[in-house]
Ligand binder design. Structure first.
Ligand code: C5P
Length: 301
């Protein structure tokens, strides 16, 4: 079944591209090769790839909606086959950047697509958890079956986390929270003056993850660290400083905006490289690791 599922996912990606020539470009082969391979795959799996005959509608709104529905169904099939390692758990995830206004049109923010946080939320839900996803401004569809709360600033994210953390078993803080907000924010747009930039006064935002980790009866806390160098050194230091049992570290230049990532986990037992791959696959490995650590904790009690 695993092989077929993998092939179905590959199928869906090709369907998603909307045409044979786009698929050929993506795969770096000729359209004849794609067509032959799809034919062979159809025969092997005993399925029919609708897009081969209906690819024109893929370019219309109706076609786009149809493909969206197919991808949703496929996601549900994939979810069905994931181990239910977090059944009965409530998981809170933060994702995306936060935005700190300077004036009505300008902001300070962090580079973050939200893809990793959304993948973690999806993987937790696939594992049987009840998931709340608190997201900064991103352009991503909500994965099926979870509650999403949209926020803009770090303070709004903090308020939303405070409201949900007490009833959560696990908190995964993937958001790239702005470290600073603007103290001298103004109500009207700042006018440009030649040769002179506005002076911003910055104040530090609350560390949301550290706050949650400090609470009595805190949920099991997982942090993320995007570093540009010395991954292990910074990750170990950050895990200790935040007082959290598990930290997932990646290199910012490899992770930001990409569909793929490479992650190493740091916990009391040392370091665990998860390898490189699509963010959803790494998120599933992370979820499995969290479930194993929680089960070990339970046994010790
Ligand atoms: O300290 P640093 O920002 O590098 O730590 C990253 C981790 O801390 C991430 O898990 C991030 O979501 C969390 N964080 C937070 N609140 C902040 C800053 C970071 O929850 N103000």
């Amino acid at each position: 079944m695993a092989a077929s599922l993998h092939q179905m996912t590959a199928f869906a990606k090709i369907v998603g591209t909307g045409s044979l020539s786009a698929a050929a470009r993506e795969l770096g082969v000729s359209t004849a090769v794609v067509s032959r391979k799809l034919g062979a795959l159809e025969a092997r799996l005993g399925v029919r790839l609708l897009n081969r005959t209906t690819r024109r509608i893929a370019l219309t709104d109706e076609g786009a909606r149809y493909h969206e529905a197919c991808l949703r169904i496929l996601a549900e099939i994939e979810a069905f086959f994931q181990p239910k390692s977090l059944a009965g758990k409530r998981v809170l995830v933060t994702a995306g950047p936060t935005e700190e206004p300077i004036d009505p049109v300008r902001v300070i923010t962090n580079a973050s697509s939200g893809k990793m946080g959304f993948a973690v939320a999806r993987a937790a839900r696939e594992a049987g958890a009840e998931v709340t996803l608190i997201s900064g401004p991103v352009a991503l569809a909500t994965p099926a079956g979870l509650a999403r709360v949209d926020v803009r600033t770090a303070q709004e994210m903090f308020d939303a986390v405070k409201a949900a953390a007490g009833s959560s078993d696990i908190f995964v803080s993937v958001a790239a929270v702005s470290d600073y907000r603007v103290a001298n924010r103004v109500a009207q747009k700042i006018k440009k003056r030649a040769g002179e930039g506005p002076r911003l006064e910055l104040v530090e935002n609350p560390d949301i993850l550290a706050w949650v980790a400090k609470q009595r009866a805190a949920p099991f806390c997982v942090g993320f660290a995007a570093e540009s160098e010395k991954l292990g050194e910074h990750a170990r230091e950050k895990r200790a400083r935040k007082g959290i049992p598990l930290l997932a570290a990646n290199l910012a230049q490899e992770a930001i905006g990409s569909d793929d990532n490479a992650i190493t986990l740091f916990d009391d037992n040392g370091e665990h490289p998860l390898g490189r791959g699509p963010k959803i696959e790494l998120a599933r490995k992370l979820v499995a690791h969290v479930a194993a650590l929680m089960a070990a904790r339970q046994r010790r009690r």
